[in-house]
Structures are given as structure tokens and as C-alpha cells.
Design a protein around this ligand. Structure first.
Ligand code: MN
Length: 584
């Protein structure tokens, strides 16, 4: 393939080739997508003034770096075409096939979701809503590769955020820090999550950002210079123990997490020991522990600061050993030790699977035990992990990236942007009751994505639903046929019961044991009528003994019932009478 005129395309291919063997067909497909996208977006500009094509191209570069497969990279090149150019999804399907069209369509669907900060006072509520939104993103995506494309898309948008209007910056930055960064984190992409947070931070907390950058520079430079003194000492000792590390480098604490930590320490920078940590990457787990031992031999550890995330990984799968020691000149210094595999996992998370073709490495990843701090919040991460464990080799895993663990849930959105999590098959009535019982009761209609729908419409994930209400409207019994949530069902039943109590006076059931004779029932009912009591039901029950007449009538109080009882007792043929008040 002659791509000499396209250095950019070559760059993309080079990155992919680091981990994957590309067939000639793959190369042609990527080239075709590259050219199709460049042509479709030609003439369009980003707000930064760059040609629009840089955006899908940079997204594809990220995905190539995360070692995602060819269809994902191709879909990234095409991801904004349906939304922003005259080309259609049909055309993509025709040119690039079902799989790529499916991925592009998934990204387009996600693009329609907008994060609106709702007016919630409690941070707990915001947390739940954000979690629901993250679940919804996964549910709508149906395939994790769609999520990865979205993350790559968001990463590039965040890197170029300063070019867009200020009013929009904050909304996008908030959405990034509350939805996408945690989503990346959950998928195990620790680094990417941190980068998104750092990119969002100056837009969310501009003053704090200024303060930090002004106050940290000198301290940071001194730390890096100091660690340059530590590095040869540790390297020398490792060599004596015949450990050759893959990398030893210093790693600055991310500004967003530094801010969170400083906040807890009254903004006192002297309290932060891990402003810059020394990171040691080795080949095996045994070496990790050996390095830890060597560090503690050289310098005494700070009590309580040793963290073994290898034995006990973080809920998102992060593994590493952390320790802080009283290092040269007695300065508290943090070390992070991990294997190359663990390092790649922290970088690429679940996507790291694409990188491994060796069954062994994959197995190591799948077998590890995950401790779960917050079981409820992290349930879906566990589901994701359990589901991964069903696959023994990475090829099979790639083929099965369908996100189907939310197949029994749908996520719908209120006009204010609140995400409502419902069982699949739910109808707008369920949605209405979930928002508020009163809204459920007064519900007369619903608009889904701006269009009126019947009340038994089956909600799809991502639907924006507006409930139309009418004052004094009552729950309808017919809803019981189609509602899915037991909450709505219970409320509707309760409302019907309440209504019937208002309409119908309290009931009493009379039980009359008789020696049956012609006209007896008539005589009894005549006696009741003379007392101006309404009979609502009457039944003659033949038993093995004497027949029993059961009469339901509108009597609400004991006194009235007792009086009636006396009258009935005096009727010829009546042997025994009893009554009970029945509540409906
Ligand atoms: Mn985009």
C-alpha cells in the first residue's frame, strides 16, 4: 500500500502494529476509513481552528494506543460522520459492514445523552444519579468497545476544551469528572481516569487551580531533583540482588487528586509526602515483593503506609505495592512497585485484554481476587468481572464484548436530566410512579423524546420521558395489566382500594343458617330492605349440614348490624345468624 503521502496514516498504523499483526485487508480498511472520514469532514473546522478530521484521527490514535481491535479503530475514525456530515449510517454499513456501523451507531446514540446537573442538595443523591447515568451509558452502548470510543472521543475533546465557549466548558468538564472519569476508573483505566480529572479540574475549580500551580512548582521541582538522588541508590541495591527493573521513574501526583488530598490536610503542602513518588516496574510478582524488602532494608518504612494492592486489589482491579519510607535525609518518600502487566492494566484496564494473546497473562488477570469495598455501588463492576471470567482466551473475549448484564434494565431520563433505572418492559406509568406517587396517580399521558406515546409504550434506554398530569385524576385499574414495577402495582392497588372505600359504604357480611323453605330468601331480603339497608350480594350455599345464606350489605356500624340481626332471627326457618364487618 502506498501511503507515503499520508504520514498521519502511517503513524496510526505504526501504533497499531506495536501489539497487533495487521493483515493487508486490515490496512486497506483503515486507509479507506481514514480517507472516507477526511473527505466527509472536509471543510469543517474545530473551534480551535484545526481541521475537524484531527478529532476522529486523535480518537483513533488513543484507541490504537490502548491496543483496541481494528473495527474499533476504524469506527473511531468514522464516529462523528453520521452526526456531523451528510453521510448516513446506511452508507457506513454499505462501505464498512455491520460491525463497524453498529459501533458508530452506538457512539452516535451516546452523543445524544446530555448530563444536566439536577438540583439535588444531598451529594448522596448526585452520586446515585451519576452511577445510574454511567450504567445507562453501558446499557445503551451494548458493546464495551463503544464505551472505549466514547472515552477516546471525550479525551480529545477535553484536551481541546479551552477552544470552546466558556459557558459550555464547565458543563462538559463537570460531565467528564462526574461521569466519564469514574467510568474509565471502573473499567480499570486508572491513568486515563486521572488524566480526564486533571483536564477537567481547571474548568471546575479555576481559583484553586491557580493557587495550586503557583504554590506547587518550586516544591515539585525540588522533589524531582531529590528523587534523582534516590534513584541510583535503589538501582545499585537492586543490582546487588540481581533484579533488573523494567523502568524506574518518578511520577508526580495528579493535580486533581492532590487537591482532594490537600483539602483534607487544610491545604498544607508540607503534609503531602507523595507529591512525587518513585515508581519501580519489574517483571514478576516475586520481584515486586523482593523490591519492597530491599527498600525497607535501605530505609525504615513509615508505619501504616504499606499497601499491598497485589494481595488485595482495589475494586477496579488496580494492583501495586505502595510504601512510604524515611528516605535519604530522613525525607518521607513514596514508592510504587508493580509488574509490567499490572502497569498496562492500570493504563488500559479491561482493554488490556486486547494486548494479551498469551493465555497465561490473561488468566493471571482473570484469576485475581477483587475486594469490594462498596458492594452495591460496584455491583456492575463485579458483574463485568464475573462475566469476563467465563472466557478462557482473549480471542473469545473480544468476540463477546456485548454488554448484556443490563439487558433486564432500562434507563430513562426525566426532562431535568435525572436518570431513572427501571426493569426492562417498563411503561411510562412505572416511570411516573418512580418519580413520585402523586405523578403516577395523576398521570394522563406521556411524551417520549418529544412525541406523545400511549401509556403502555415500552421504554427504551436513553428515552427522555415527560409525564403529562391532570389534577384530581385517579389511578386507573387498567394500568395493572401493563405496569412492570411492583412499586407502581402496589400503589395503583392501594389507590383503587382507597377509591372504592370512598364510593362504597362499609360492608357487613351476614351469615344465616336456615331450614330452607320456599320464600325464605325473599323474606330475609325484605326484612333488610325495610331497614333501608342496601344488599350488595346474596348467596345460598348448600353444605352437608344446613344450608347457609351469605348476604353482603351496606352496614357500617355494629349497632345497626345487631338490630338487623334480631329482625332476621325472628323470621321463620332461620336457625342462626352471625355477622362480621368486612373491610375492603
Ligand atoms: Mn467526537
Amino acid at each position: 500500500m502506498n501511503s507515503a503521502q499520508k504520514p498521519q496514516l502511517n503513524k496510526l498504523l505504526e501504533i497499531i502494529k506495536v501489539k497487533q499483526n495487521l493483515s493487508e485487508d486490515d490496512k486497506l480498511l483503515i486507509k479507506k476509513a481514514y480517507e472516507f472520514s477526511e473527505k466527509s469532514h472536509s471543510g469543517q473546522k474545530r473551534l480551535s481552528g484545526e481541521s475537524y478530521f484531527t478529532h476522529p484521527f486523535q480518537s483513533a490514535i488513543s484507541l490504537a494506543k490502548w491496543h483496541l481491535d481494528v473495527p474499533t479503530i476504524v469506527a473511531a475514525l468514522l464516529h462523528d460522520i453520521v452526526e456531523d456530515t451528510p453521510a448516513t449510517l446506511e452508507e457506513i454499513k454499505k462501505q464498512f459492514g455491520e460491525e463497524i456501523a453498529f459501533l458508530v451507531n452506538g457512539v452516535t446514540k451516546l452523543g445524544k445523552l446530555k448530563y444536566r446537573k439536577i438540583n439535588a442538595d444531598e451529594s448522596e443523591k448526585i452520586k446515585n444519579l451519576s452511577e445510574n447515568l454511567r450504567k445507562m451509558i453501558l446499557a445503551i452502548s451494548e458493546d464495551l468497545r463503544v464505551v472505549f470510543i466514547k472515552l477516546a472521543d471525550r479525551l480529545h475533546n477535553m484536551r481541546t476544551l479551552s477552544a470552546i465557549p466558556v459557558a459550555k466548558q464547565k458543563r462538559i468538564a463537570l460531565e467528564t469528572s462526574e461521569i466519564y472519569a469514574p467510568l474509565a476508573y471502573r473499567l480499570g483505566m486508572q491513568n486515563m481516569a486521572g488524566e480526564l480529572d486533571d483536564l477537567a479540574f481547571p474548568f471546575i475549580h479555576p481559583q484553586e487551580y491557580r493557587w495550586l500551580t503557583e504554590n506547587i512548582k518550586e516544591k515539585y521541582d525540588r522533589r524531582v531533583a531529590y528523587l534523582e538522588k534516590v534513584k541510583p541508590v535503589i538501582l545499585e541495591e537492586l543490582k546487588k540482588n540481581s533484579i533488573i527493573p523494567v523502568v524506574v521513574d518518578s511520577r508526580a501526583k495528579r493535580i486533581s487528586s492532590l487537591y482532594k488530598k490537600l483539602f483534607r490536610y487544610n491545604m498544607n503542602l508540607d503534609q503531602i509526602y507523595d507529591l512525587v513518588a518513585l515508581r519501580i516496574i519489574v517483571n514478576t510478582i516475586e520481584e515486586c515483593y523482593a523490591v519492597l524488602g530491599i527498600i525497607h532494608y535501605l530505609w525504615p518504612p513509615v508505619p501504616g503506609r504499606i499497601k499491598d494492592y497485589i494481595a488485595l486489589p482495589k475494586p477496579n482491579g488496580y494492583r501495586s505495592l505502595h510504601t512510604s519510607v524515611f528516605c535519604i535525609d530522613n525525607k518521607i518518600t513514596e514508592f510504587q512497585i508493580r509488574t509490567k502487566t499490572m502497569h498496562e492494566e492500570a493504563e488500559f484496564g479491561i482493554a488490556a485484554h486486547w494486548a494479551y494473546n498469551q493465555a497465561k497473562a490473561t488468566k493471571e488477570f482473570l484469576d485475581k481476587k477483587v475486594s469490594c469495598a462498596d458492594k452495591i455501588e460496584l455491583k456492575w463492576v463485579q458483574q463485568l468481572r464475573n462475566w469476563q471470567q467465563e472466557f478462557t482466551d482473549s480471542q473469545e473475549f473480544i468476540k463477546s464484548l456485548k454488554v448484556d448484564f443490563f439487558k433486564d434494565r432500562v434507563f430513562a431520563i426525566t426532562p431535568k436530566g435525572e436518570v431513572i433505572d427501571l426493569p426492562a418492559g417498563s411503561i411510562p406509568v412505572d416511570f411516573a410512579y418512580q418519580i413520585h406517587t402523586q405523578i403516577g396517580e395523576q398521570c394522563v399521558g406521556a411524551k417520549v423524546n418529544g412525541k406523545i406515546v400511549p401509556l403502555d409504550y415500552q421504554i427504551q434506554s436513553g428515552d427522555v420521558i415527560e409525564i403529562l398530569t391532570q389534577k384530581n385524576k385517579k389511578s386507573s385499574e387498567s394500568w395493572l395489566k401493563s405496569v412492570k414495577t411492583s412499586f407502581a402495582r402496589r400503589r395503583i392497588k392501594a389507590a383503587i382500594r382507597k377509591d372504592s372505600k370512598i364510593l362504597r359504604p362499609p360492608q357487613t357480611e351476614l351469615r344465616v343458617v336456615v331450614n330452607d323453605r320456599v320464600g325464605l330468601i325473599k323474606d330475609i331480603s325484605a326484612a333488610i330492605s325495610r331497614s333501608h339497608i342496601n344488599i350488595t350480594n346474596i348467596n345460598l350455599i348448600k353444605t352437608s349440614g344446613l344450608p347457609v345464606i351469605k348476604i353482603a350489605c351496606d352496614i357500617g356500624d355494629k349497632e345497626k348490624a345487631e338490630k338487623l340481626l334480631v329482625k332476621i332471627k325472628n323470621i321463620k326457618g332461620v336457625r342462626e345468624v352471625s355477622y362480621k364487618l368486612i373491610s375492603l
